[in-house]
Design a protein around this ligand. Sequence first.
Ligand SMILES: Cc1cc2nc3c(=O)[nH]c(=O)nc-3n(C[C@H](O)[C@H](O)[C@H](O)COP(=O)(O)OP(=O)(O)OC[C@H]3O[C@@H](n4cnc5c(N)ncnc54)[C@H](O)[C@@H]3O)c2cc1C
Length: 374
Amino acid sequence: MIELLPEETEFRGTLARLVDAEIAPAATEMDARGEFPAAWFRRLAELGYLGLRYPESVGGGGAGFVLFLILCEELGRGSLSLAASVAMQGLMATDFVFRYGTADQHERLLRPALRGEKIGAFCLSEPNAGSDLGAIETTARRDGDRILLRGRKMWVTSGTVADFFTVAASIDRTQGVRGIRFFLVEKGAPGLVVGRRIDKLGVRASETTELALDDCPAVPLGDGGAADLGRILDQVRVMTGALAVGLSRAALDLAVRYARQRECFGRPIAKLQAIQHLIADSAVDLEAARLLVYQAGRRLERAVRGAGEAAIAKMFASEAANRIADRTSRVLGGYSFSTEFAAERYLRDARFLLIGGGTSEILRNVVAKEVLGE
Ligand SMILES: Cc1cc2nc3c(=O)[nH]c(=O)nc-3n(C[C@H](O)[C@H](O)[C@H](O)COP(=O)(O)OP(=O)(O)OC[C@H]3O[C@@H](n4cnc5c(N)ncnc54)[C@H](O)[C@@H]3O)c2cc1C
């Protein structure tokens, strides 16, 4: 078990009570509606969770990265859709505006975003470029004193409801990843067209959409390019690992509860060694995932960058979550098919963890590169 500081344990306890009493019981309905969970979003904002990791000077909670991971894990235990929306708002969607935004942008966008009054989105992926970020086709060009973006973005989490967008675009397509810069686009900008909600397999209450930018005016957010991309991807990967730990805990808990009460051949299935082994394998997966995620998180909190560590944590935790959701589904037998139990949602939601923030194949490439010293 990873050691937490007393204030981290206390934070987890308070949040866990909310998750158990209110969020987990609401998760099935959130999933069935398939809409952005606006009421929950506002409630979590009022409790200070959206701005958790930002300094108090911009209206945040002044917490470290590990506390943010605990937030993601606990919410992920209740509803991965809600957790993914909150994680987007608390990290990728606001990070560049916080880091590079002007005082005016902080006042008009960041502070309201941390209060849950405005929603942000992060637009990196495109219809023709996801893993291969050097191939992004959206371009940024100067037109007098304006910067205009042209291209399309795909899989924009919260895009349907967003008030502002951090958009990755290339200033020089011959430079690949090194040509990428980040820009701010606000809702209602000329040339910005937001698509319809994509009907998805999992994380259904986290809305996702496509964007078109047709010579859309934008404002630069820093000049960090590839360095900014690496920094944010490390954080996103460890954060996704924490979401995976949350889902894994929920799935394992369900398997244990069910195995204790379901009887076959005159005794609870928890007495069958085959079922015990499924549960034991899930417990081992969960423990290893938790250790990797929080170790990587602690190091990021101390500003020790480690692309390899973040990739290892995300890859292991997301694959473990899929194995655990699968084992829970086996324990539940036929009932794993019923929406009466969360097992089927865990299976569907876990698939997202294998993709968002980098697929397992891409993460293996990152790890191999680091191990081989290339
Ligand atoms: C629910 C959801 C929400 C998302 N939210 C956002 C968001 O808010 N913002 C955003 O920018 N993106 C978002 N994404 C996009 C996500 O980051 C991409 O889907 C992901 O990076 C993979 O890109 P792709 O889908 O284009 O797959 P591709 O890159 O086309 O990959 C297809 C397959 O080829 C494999 N592959 C590709 N290249 C290699 C290689 N070099 N070696 C080995 N295998 C390889 C991949 O692993 C995968 O199996 C979201 C995705 C989902 C599903």
